[in-house]
Design a protein. Structure first.
Length: 94
């Protein structure tokens, strides 16, 4: 059974949004590998594993969970960036 075009487009949009978001993670891990590269590889692997899923309910669940995870990650990232920016401003204005 083939998935509707709408689900394929949603998957593609989510994947592209994840790839765009990874560009913000510019620091390396303990092994010196950039987090953006690790996150891109993991996203690719997850999407490849789900590529042949035909159950519309499972696909919908994967899309919803993926979107929610991306949104939560970006929200937390922005919170920390704002906190860091505020801390820098405080120390500059002493």
């Amino acid at each position: 059974m083939k998935l509707p075009i709408r689900k394929n487009l949603e998957s593609l949009h989510l994947y592209r949004d994840i790839i765009r978001a990874t560009k913000q993670f510019i620091w390396p891990n303990e092994q010196g590998i950039l987090w953006k590269d690790i996150l891109k590889q993991n996203a690719r692997k997850e999407f490849e594993q789900a590529k042949y899923e035909n159950d519309p309910i499972v696909v919908t669940r994967l899309l919803l969970v993926g979107r929610d995870c991306l949104n939560q990650t970006l929200f937390k990232f922005e919170e920390q960036a704002k906190k860091l920016h505020d801390d820098i401003d405080k120390t500059r204005n002493r």
